[in-house]
Write a protein that binds this ligand. Structure first.
Ligand code: ACM
Ligand code: ZN
Length: 551
């Protein structure tokens, strides 16, 4: 094991075995989620004593390394009473008594080694993101008092070496603000939760039938009109065959462009890329209510109070629809640096297009076979526009229907079938099959007993953990699997505790699928998940107890 450490981290490994501290660490066990590639615990007595006088010695890296250091300071300062002093070091030996952080670009950008000895802490990372993840791992080694931000004079760290890097480059989670608006402070908390689980992308679902949530300067009615619905459906009565329940009052909310910039900056500091989602051609009723000319019929729309799949979609026959969307995306691209933009593409009924003379004319003019090819035309046209600005699209697996371009990324949600098909075609794939990844679904066999309403199907944490993103693919095809994503849809998620209850700890199981890959051992995950529980409790998060219950 030591040889492996030496091979991967020659700089940090100098530290191993060269120490003399008398104290034993207070932490009883080393439990880390997601599971690192390698953990080596030195069980001999001793620990590293971290105090307010411990310096941080930085070697290499760019300005974003300060984000990682700021995060470490946020973790430790409340307990130590003062931020640690940062100094710029040289590439020679690690500094005694310091937290040494070195960026070595030969490693992958998210890879890191964390070596804690009696004499020093050494972090070696491929880039700032790797250093940040080393500190997220270090967080799981902190005593409860420090997690709870209680004052302590000395923080005793266990002697441990961790070598780690993610199996998948894309580890994502959806935030569906389209259904229920999520205030900026809660978006930031959600980003904290993602970062805690080493999740590095947030798909921000900003437009829906039930609400348009992003300020677009050129089209003020999108938020004046499109962000408010007149009432809210409280249960999925169509599917459950029960009495409809509504909250009979207007509901709404939207993000100003300044707020969006604030969230993007916050996410960057936590190494989370925010992928904006602007839904098309379906799930567009709030846009149509704001500007009725965007629909085939051109009148009579309202922001929807009901969930489900709606017939009122963008008209594919009018050039003015594309002008509108190009204007919207122009503003979206100014706000979001992400190379990838999600365009939805799911659940677009073709009823209106079948009856619309303009849509039918478009089918004729473009030599398309049918409305399915019209949808593909729609997506291609938007994709071409975005590509001309250096961006690429992600779309739900419906974008496979009618043909897709080689640069489109497919998010497989109706099982893994679409993802498998896309990977076989050589398209990049994110696996988010509903039977493993839809974290709004209920968690126990008795959903009535759960404290928050949920619907769909039974999706216990074991089932999330069981996702195999590579199933059904050969080695070459597997290389197209970019990663996995958790999708807690917000139809019935009405508050922050509700959202947290749905995602915690199931998102930990998916994070481990995305970060750790390889062999799975649910019993081992369950044992290590006590570390998640410690952090959730310290942060005051609402979490589902089922994983942590005794059998
Ligand atoms: C979806 O759940 N309609 C992507
Ligand atoms: Zn039309």
């Amino acid at each position: 094991m030591k040889n492996l450490v030496g091979a991967v981290c020659a700089w940090a490994v100098v530290a191993l075995g060269a120490c003399s501290g008398p104290r034993a660490p207070r932490i009883a066990e080393v439990n880390i989620v997601p599971k690192p590639k390698m953990v080596d615990v030195d069980t001999s007595a001793g620990c590293f004593e971290l105090t307010a006088r411990t310096p941080i010695n930085l070697i290499g890296g760019d300005s974003t390394l300060s984000y990682a250091v700021d995060f470490l300071d946020d973790l430790l300062t409340p307990s130590l009473g003062a931020p640690l002093k940062t100094q710029l070091g040289t590439a020679a030996d690690p500094l005694l008594g310091a937290i040494n952080v070195k960026v070595d670009t030969l490693l992958g950008p998210e890879a890191y080694t964390l070596a804690i000895t009696r004499d020093w802490v050494c972090v070696e990372a491929g880039a700032s993101a790797g250093a940040f993840y080393a500190f997220e791992t270090l967080r799981q080694l902190l005593p409860d008092q420090v997690l709870r931000q209680e004052r302590v004079g000395v923080i005793e760290l266990p002697l441990v070496t961790v070598i780690d890097e993610p199996a998948f480059a894309y580890r994502g989670a959806l935030l569906d603000a389209g259904r229920h608006f999520v205030p900026v402070e809660e978006v930031k908390h959600y980003i904290d939760i993602l970062a805690m689980h080493k999740i590095n992308h947030m798909q921000w679902h900003l437009t829906e039938d039930q609400g348009w949530r992003i300020e677009i300067k050129k089209y003020p009615r999108l938020t004046e009109v499109g962000s408010i619905r007149k009432r809210t459906q409280l249960n999925n009565f169509e599917m459950e065959h029960t009495e409809p329940k509504y909250e009979e009052k207007p509901y709404g909310g939207y993000y100003t462009q300044d707020q969006i910039r604030e969230v993007v900056r916050y996410a960057q500091r936590h190494f989370v890329t925010v992928i904006p989602e602007i839904e098309l051609p379906g799930h567009a009723q709030a846009a149509l209510a704001s500007y009725p000319y965007l629909g085939c019929i051109g009148q009579g729309y309202e922001v929807s109070s009901n969930w489900g799949i709606h017939k009122e979609v963008f008209c594919a026959g009018k050039d003015s629809t594309f002008d509108f969307l190009e204007d919207v995306f122009t503003e979206v691209m100014e706000l979001f640096p992400s190379k990838y933009i999600h365009i939805g593409g799911d659940e677009c009924p073709k009823d209106r297009w079948e009856a619309c003379p303009r849509c039918q004319q478009r089918i004729k003019d473009e030599g398309l076979k049918d409305e399915t090819e019209l949808q593909s035309y729609f997506v291609h046209r938007i994709e071409d526009f975005l590509r001309s600005h250096g961006r690429e699209i992600i779309g739900f697996d419906e974008i496979l229907e009618g043909g897709l371009s080689q640069t489109a990324t497919v998010m497989s949600w109706r099982g893994t079938k679409g993802g498998i098909e896309a990977a076989k075609k050589g398209n990049r794939v994110i696996m988010a099959p509903l039977e493993h990844c839809y974290l709004d679904y209920y968690q126990t066999k008795d959903p009535q007993s759960e404290p928050y309403y949920s619907w769909g199907r039974y999706l216990p944490v074991e089932q999330v953990y069981a996702l195999d993103p590579y199933a059904g693919l050969n080695e070459v095809e597997q290389s197209y699997i970019w990663g996995v994503q958790a999708n807690p849809w917000g139809e019935y998620i009405r508050s922050e505790p509700d959202l947290q209850f749905k995602v915690l700890p199931r998102i930990g199981a998916l994070a481990e699928v995305g970060w750790s890959g390889g062999e799975k051992d649910f019993a081992d995950f369950k044992k290590r998940a006590v570390s998640l529980k410690r952090m959730y409790e310290a942060e005051g998060y609402t979490y589902a107890p089922y994983l942590f219950a005794e059998p």
